[in-house]
Design a binder for this molecule. Structure first.
Ligand SMILES: [Fe+2]
Length: 137
């Protein structure tokens, strides 16, 4: 089991705990219920990313573009998972949700979410990001 990192930003940590608890359910979920569990996780991930992006915008995170792009790429993986789920192979579905998607989310938390949390909690100043902002339009 992958333990999700605690970041010290309550809004982010609360959401990540909810997602972790959902991923924890994969192992005990019957084959026939995996698609429904995927639907729950997929909806929660989308809602979570939207909440996180509101937080990011409210604090003018210098790497907002990078963070949002990572969210979009992850949601692309969730979109792609629908074909595997529709094919109905429970072994593949279980591995996809319980290992692949779970690790992708955990990796996101441990990288771009971690950097974001340091900025949001005042432990990393905007100067640390140098010229990483997209050019002004
Ligand atoms: Fe994120």
């Amino acid at each position: 089991m992958t333990a999700v990192l605690t970041l010290g930003v309550p809004e982010m940590d609360a959401d990540h705990e909810i997602l972790e608890a959902m991923f924890d359910r994969v192992e005990a979920t019957a084959d026939g219920d995996l698609a429904a569990l995927f639907g729950e996780i997929d909806a929660e991930v989308r809602d979570h990313f939207a909440r996180e992006e509101t937080l990011i915008d409210a604090h003018d995170l210098p790497i907002a573009h990078c963070h949002k792009t990572q969210h979009a790429l992850l949601l692309g993986e969730f979109d792609a998972a629908r074909a595997v789920i529709a094919a109905g192979d429970a072994v593949k579905i279980r591995r996809l949700i319980g290992e692949v998607l779970r690790e992708l989310v955990a990796g996101h938390v441990a990288s771009v979410d971690l950097v974001t949390s340091r900025f949001l909690s005042g432990n990393l100043g905007a100067e640390a990001f140098g010229n990483l902002r997209l050019p002004a339009e």
